[in-house]
Each structure stands twice: as structure tokens, then as C-alpha cells.
Design a protein around this ligand. Structure first.
Ligand code: 6PG
Length: 237
């Protein structure tokens, strides 16, 4: 990654989540009139989403447009659903307009759902290519898998080579079929913020930041700034 990289390291996951929530609230406040965020799935961001859904942070939700970085191809009521978590701890607590919530479809066929999400993103972006200004997203939140995956871009998978589509179906490689943003979509963001905690992530964080190209996270070519929100143990401190 050759773009500016900033580390934000805190003692524990709770303090880190509060720091990230404040940082996001401040970026939304300073951002343009349609602040597009691609949310991460997984378990790490739950505390962050819970805080953003609380009254501790004053956010103008009318200007926020929420996307998802990836989704498990399961019903929105399934415990594995990335949308379900966000709905439970954030969406059901804040006055965000329904039309500003753009979950990844998980009905119909996997490929068709991926194509529909691509169409949703392109409609929001109002351009055929990402080469224009501004970037597609204002912020992409990413977790980091123990194998170095981001979204549902898993090591040694064909989808890592996709540089045209913004959204791809991932029929295999995970416990369930997935739909994921591709590298071009993730990279087209003013800012990418990793949120990584726990001693079990320290080794993979070091490998990614060391540029190990076997790891999808290390292959990102971000157009904007990169921020690493980590607790001390994930940062190897
Ligand atoms: C998903 C995520 C995935 C996640 C990492 C880290 O749908 O699972 O998008 O990329 O961010 O696997 O997950 P944890 O935060 O649970 O460690």
C-alpha cells in the first residue's frame, strides 16, 4: 500500500470501538451530502455498530448511505447474516431513511443477486466507470480474516483477479456461498479503515502490513487513505 497509512492503536477492543465510532461520526459530519459507507461483516465491528446506534454519537443519518462489503448468501434473519447484525444493533436504533440502506440481496440465485447489487452500486454512483471523481465510497470498513481475507476475497480464489466487476459471487471457499465487493470497488474509497482486535490476529496483521502478496488484504491498491484501528495485542504491542 503506497497511500497514507495511519495506525490508531488502543488498549482494548472497547476503547478501540469508541475511538472508531467517534472518528466515523466526525468524518460523516465533515463529509459531503451523501456519505457512502461500505460496512464490514464478521464479529469484530459489532461493538462499533452498537455504539453508532447509541445516543452517544450525534450523526446526521439523512446523509449516510450504507452498503455492505460482503454478505453470506443466507436469509436476512439467519444468525450468519451480516445485515442482521447491523439491523439489530444499529439500523433499528437510528432514523436512517430506508432508501439509504442498501443491503446485498440474498434472494434468487447467487449470480443474479451479485448482478443486482452491482446495479444498485452503479445507480448510486451515477457513472459507468470508477475512474471519475469522487471515489465510489467515502469509507470502507474492513475486518481481517485469520487467513488474510477481506470481505469475501479469500486467498487463492479467482475473484482476486476480478478488476472489472464491482461485485462478485463467491460460490465456494467459505462455509456458505457469499457475495463480495471486488478489489476495484473496495479500493475506490476516500478512506479504508481496518478494524482488527485480538492476539490471534497479530501474526496475520504483521504479514499483511509486511506486504505478503499471498494475502488478499496485502494486495489492496487503495486510492485513498488507509487507517488501521487495532487493539494493542493485534498490533503486536
Ligand atoms: C465476513 C466478513 C469477513 C470478516 C473477517 C474477520 O462476512 O465474515 O466480511 O471478511 O471481516 O472474516 O471476521 P471477524 O471480525 O469475525 O474476525
Amino acid at each position: 500500500m503506497t497511500t497514507p497509512v495511519t495506525d490508531i492503536i488502543r488498549d482494548d477492543p472497547q476503547i478501540l470501538a469508541a475511538t472508531a465510532a467517534r472518528w466515523i461520526a466526525d468524518r460523516i459530519a465533515a463529509g459531503n451530502e451523501r456519505f457512502r459507507i461500505a460496512l464490514s461483516g464478521g464479529s469484530t465491528p459489532r461493538e462499533l455498530y452498537t455504539l453508532l446506534g447509541s445516543s452517544d454519537y450525534v450523526i446526521d443519518w439523512d446523509k449516510v448511505v450504507l452498503f455492505w462489503g460482503d454478505e453470506r448468501f443466507v436469509p436476512a434473519t439467519d444468525a450468519r447474516s451480516n445485515f442482521r447484525v447491523v439491523h439489530e444493533v444499529l439500523l433499528s436504533h437510528v432514523p436512517i431513511p430506508a432508501q439509504n440502506i442498501l443491503p446485498i440481496p440474498t434472494d434468487g440465485t447467487l449470480e443474479d443477486a451479485a448482478a443486482r447489487y452491482e446495479a444498485d452500486i452503479r445507480r448510486e454512483y451515477e457513472a459507468d466507470t470508477l475512474d471519475g471523481k469522487p471515489p465510489l465510497f467515502d469509507l470502507v470498513l474492513l475486518g481481517l480474516g485469520a487467513d488474510g481475507h477481506i470481505c469475501s476475497l479469500f486467498p487463492n480464489s479467482q475473484v482476486l483477479e476480478e478488476r472489472t466487476k464491482l461485485v462478485a459471487a463467491v460460490p465456494a471457499g467459505a462455509p456458505e456461498p457469499r457475495i463480495t465487493l471486488t478489489f476495484p470497488a473496495i479500493e475506490s474509497s476516500r478512506a479504508i479503515a481496518f478494524l482488527v482486535t485480538g492476539p490471534e490476529k497479530a501474526a496475520i496483521v504483521a504479514r499483511v502490513r509486511g506486504g505478503d502478496q499471498a494475502l488478499p488484504a496485502a494486495r489492496l491498491k487503495p486510492k485513498g487513505e488507509v487507517f488501521w484501528f487495532m487493539d494493542k495485542v493485534a498490533a503486536g504491542k
